[in-house]
Design a protein around this ligand. Structure first.
Ligand code: IMP
Ligand code: MG
Length: 178
């Protein structure tokens, strides 16, 4: 896998340090509130696993699966729900945990969809943000890092379902997906 990576952007150590800060912030912001974490499968899994351990207030968690990409490196703009929540979120303080915000289409759709279930509040924590690619407006309360417009893999991020298990985040060599 390593030979397919052009450059490492964030090492495992850097990721863990930043996630620790975000977890602390979330714990402060939601203390005394009914926090409900929703991870977006499958990309958010490593982020969720590390983030939840840095949150020191009681919380519940659940996962959703959506598809917007297929096996391409460009978004199709069409969002489908493949797995819905197992629990009700009414009156809960929902925090969606996502790997990366790119066009914003996926999260815009998810937020609007979940708002219909009357949560007390709904916010987003994303590990990476690619602001240059945004096509729809989306408010992200917690952001790990701003990243340039490259196709990134590792730490949950995939290309055609590969590279999710890399412990760091790197830029995928163009010849792999061109
Ligand atoms: P959006 O709907 O365009 O914001 O796309 C969000 C989703 O696209 C993310 O949850 C990722 O699964 C995927 N994605 C966007 N950019 C990248 C990338 O650089 N590498 C891997 N997946 C990406
Ligand atoms: Mg994703």
């Amino acid at each position: 896998m390593k030979e397919d990576i052009k450059e490492v952007l964030f090492t495992e150590k850097e990721l863990r340090a930043r996630i620790k800060e975000i977890g602390k912030q979330i714990s402060e912001d939601y203390r005394g509130k009914d926090l409900f974490l929703i991870g977006v499968l499958k990309g958010s899994v490593p982020f969720m696993a590390d983030l939840m351990k840095e949150i020191d207030i009681p919380c519940t968690m659940d996962f959703m699966a959506v598809s917007s990409y297929g096996n391409s490196s460009k978004t199709s703009g069409v969002v489908r729900i493949l797995k819905d929540l197992d629990f009700e979120i009414e009156d809960k303080h929902v925090l969606i945990v996502e790997d990366i915000v790119d066009s914003g289409v996926t999260l815009r759709y998810l937020v609007d969809y979940l708002k219909g279930r009357k949560p007390a509040s709904i916010e987003i924590a994303c590990l990476l943000n690619k602001p240059d690619r945004r096509t729809v407006e989306i408010n992200t309360k917690y952001i790990g890092f701003e990243v340039p417009d490259y196709f990134l893999v590792g730490y949950g991020l995939d290309y055609a379902e590969k590279y999710r298990n890399l412990p760091y985040i790197g830029i995928l060599k163009e010849e792999i997906y061109k």
